[in-house]
Design a protein around this ligand. Structure first.
Ligand code: TXA
Ligand code: MG
Length: 340
């Protein structure tokens, strides 16, 4: 299959992409978090193609994207008061709510779960595509399963060229890590994946919100997490990533004493000057939004420069940093070395 490149700036491109969705095909779609691999959420056959293109395990459910709030009413069994309040506060935006699903959701989307994740993205191109397609859109991140998520159309092409019908180029993603996922099917509500909407922001609206243990810890062998995606190794570059937990000086000393061919660093802006190995920066220490925006691109760049072992500076697990920490922990297979 030839993957068509479409520039999202033109209306014809949006219409062409919408036509592909309506015809049961796959489109790489920009959102404010990461690029998504979009298909008609109500067409089980189209959704199955997503799993093939990504090499995605069959038991990992998909998020359904809407472009008008009222679309949710047909997709879920109930739209409870707390969910309404969250929608009012943070939609459209980088937040996915897990709710009891309606009959309309095909099994291919929910992979046997009684629930469905719904998201109303804020990206104007995503909204335009969903509206033009006239159907809700199922979309996982548009990367090969297990690899870092894609934040540019070029990255989507690198992973998906020849496997999907088209990619709609809407520029680089602003948030850079996937949406926050909260389940309202548990009581109290539970954070399943941290993202651009922070735990504090959820608690402001919902009161008590528990944090699923899988957010910060490796799963015990054989455990069944509430969010099936949590059990897979994720976001991994080809290199071995090791997180070094310590201040700037301890980090630089450790990296420099372990310098050898194949070793590279993933550090904060400006710290590359202190290091004797090839280094890729991912935002300033004080700017967690920049760290989120730059992380996946940085992980891909480390592969491009042929890194075999990557020593990563440890993100602070607060605010948006919790999402950065969660992704980097998974990229590292939870391998953390404390320098204190
Ligand atoms: O920002 C995002 O959420 C991006 C963009 C494209 O919208 N999408 C995304 O999808 O990250 P994906 O498939 O890469 O990650 C979705 C995660 C998976 O870990 C999956 O297991 C979990 O959400 N998930 C989906 N439906 C669920 C459900 N009903 N209950 C619990 N977890 C669910
Ligand atoms: Mg993903």
């Amino acid at each position: 299959m030839k993957t068509v490149y479409l520039d999202a700036a033109s209306d014809e491109s949006i219409e062409a992409a919408a036509h592909i969705i309506r015809s049961g095909g796959l489109v790489g779609m920009p959102t404010e978090t990461v690029y998504g691999l979009a298909a008609n959420a109500l067409d089980g056959k189209a959704v199955r193609k997503i799993f093939e293109a990504k090499g995605r395990p069959q038991d990992n459910p998909l998020i359904v994207h809407i472009s008008k709030l009222e679309q949710i009413l047909k997709l879920v069994a109930h739209f409870p008061e707390p969910a309404k309040k969250l929608a009012e506060a943070y939609w459209p935006g980088p937040l996915t709510m897990v709710l009891e699903k309606s009959e309309l959701i095909p099994d291919e989307v929910s992979t046997g779960l009684p629930t469905v994740g719904i998201r109303f993205p804020s990206h104007p191109v995503a909204q335009a595509l969903i509206t033009a397609a006239g159907v809700p859109i199922a979309a996982p991140s548009a990367n090969r399963s297990g690899f870092p998520s894609t934040t540019t159309a070029e990255h989507v092409m690198r992973d998906m060229d020849g496997k999907i019908d088209a990619v709609l180029d809407g520029g680089a993603c602003g948030v850079g890590v996937e949406s926050t996922i909260v389940t309202l099917a548990s009581n109290p509500p539970r954070l399943l994946r941290p993202g651009g909407i922070t735990l504090d922001q959820l608690q402001l609206v919902l009161g008590r919100v528990d944090v699923d243990p899988a957010v910060l810890n490796p799963l015990p062998k054989g455990a069944r997490p509430l969010s099936p995606g949590m059990k897979y190794k994720h976001y991994s570059p080809k290199a071995d990533v090791i997180i070094l937990d310590g201040g700037e000086k301890a980090y630089a000393d450790y990296v420099n004493t372990h310098a050898k061919p194949g070793v590279a660093a993933l550090c904060y802006d400006g710290e590359d000057r202190l290091l004797n190995v090839p280094a890729v920066c991912y935002g300033a220490e004080s700017d967690q939004a920049a760290q989120a925006r730059e992380l996946f691109e940085a992980l891909r760049h480390l592969d491009d420069i042929g890194a075999k072992t990557v020593y990563a500076r440890c993100p602070a697990p607060r605010g948006v940093g919790l999402a950065v920490y969660n992704r980097l922990m998974r990229a590292a297979g939870f391998e953390v070395c404390s320098l204190e």
